[in-house]
Design a protein. Sequence first.
Length: 202
Amino acid sequence: MIFVRHLKTAEFLLKNRRDGWKIVFESHEIFYKTTLKPKLAAKLERMERFVYQNTDAIVYISPTLQEDVEKLFSPKAPSLNLPTGADFPKECPQKDFSRIEEVYYVGGLFPWKGIDGLIEAFVGVDEGISLKVVGEAPPERMAQLMEMLRRLGLQKRVEFLPRMKQAEVKTLLAEKTKLCVLPNVPGVYERYTMPLKMFEYM
């Protein structure tokens, strides 16, 4: 049995299947709807249709995603809805919340993550509070964000920190942070994803 969540890898395995292989595909979004490159949408839709109609089993991460996949691709394979989650520590560290000087965002810097709106909203936040953004993006995207900071006069209050390893993020959240934000914007991603970031913050 091969469990795969990468669409192109799933297509490759299904087209080059060997005797005895059972392919289980994890469905976590509908790529032709979420792509930022419209020219790829038709190709992605064909690829997804092939995978959903030929895989041996499907694992969905949310009921709404399963509903849309079944409407769009009519898969025949048996399926399981298995929402993602996070391990909660047995003991949570005690922190002093009487004063908050930093707000943290940890994650991707894509537009649909809401980081643009978060930065713009920070104009109205008390000047004694700074925003720490942990993550990375392609150079052109970082240039956009840096220009936004310059335009809003937030260069000294918003700091971008490099992407961290998972263990480093865990330590940061446990020992350093008091207030973290999840600024997702309404859209197709909202329908297909689980708020893992919120679980990890908690």
